[in-house]
Design a protein around this ligand. Sequence first.
Ligand code: NAD
Length: 247
Amino acid sequence: MGRLKDKVAIITGGANGIGKATAIRFAQEGANIAVWDVQEEKGAEVIKLLIAIGVKAIFYKVNTADASMVQEAVAAVMQDFGKIDVLINNAGILRDATLLKMTEQQFDTVLDVNLKGVFNCTKAVAPFMIERGYGRIVQASSVVALYGNFGQTNYVASKAGIIGMTKVWSRELGRKGITVNAVAPGFIATEMIGSIPENIMKAMKEKVPANRLGTAEEVANVYLFLASDEAAFVNGAVISVDGGAVV
Ligand SMILES: NC(=O)c1ccc[n+]([C@@H]2O[C@H](COP(=O)([O-])OP(=O)(O)OC[C@H]3O[C@@H](n4cnc5c(N)ncnc54)[C@H](O)[C@@H]3O)[C@@H](O)[C@H]2O)c1
């Protein structure tokens, strides 16, 4: 308890899955939370849980792919909370298809949310962190960025791009007291992978030595470490949370 006491954290995609588990975990450690998501009702439910834990928590309806919406949301968070210590760039989507079937729209939509969204949020938040000489920025990449994956040209491009941006920002912002890291989850049991057929799911589990999927909480714990003061000398890292999956 208290590893993020009185810190202010923005969690994108915080209404569901890994983002929701992260919001709860961070609140348990004393952080005040701004949940950003496109899903208003689910976001409101998360806020109730966070307030019950005893922290300040506010939902903001934000499409992270929309730069002006992100700018407005950052201004609102500054007004409501007075500072931003932590940015968890967690929002992400899938629009899978094999190369020859993938439409330009599928490609652009995934890149807009997963890659440009992370750029938009980080660019908007960074000036406030630089001003205070402190910040923790963590983004969701994926193991598929390291190994590739069938049917995921757009998603893999976005998640590999996130690793590249993480490396650049760790250099640019590291001098200003800010660390920038990425987490590369493996197969995690959330709604995102809910549409995967049973036989493929079985094959996915078999790639993990423990023969199981990971949980959202297991990813949230790694976000927590990277967001905490304990990780002050971890910068530009990509940490796999995949149970040792051999992909
Ligand atoms: N689940 C996995 O196996 C897995 C594996 C590797 C990486 N990841 C990554 O982890 C992150 C979280 O995944 P999850 O499994 O919790 O997914 P999820 O689908 O359960 O939750 C994603 C959340 O992001 C929100 N979101 C989507 N588009 C948005 C936008 N434009 N603006 C704001 N919010 C938006 C959704 O509404 C949802 O609440 C994603 O970036 C995902 O790519 C997940």
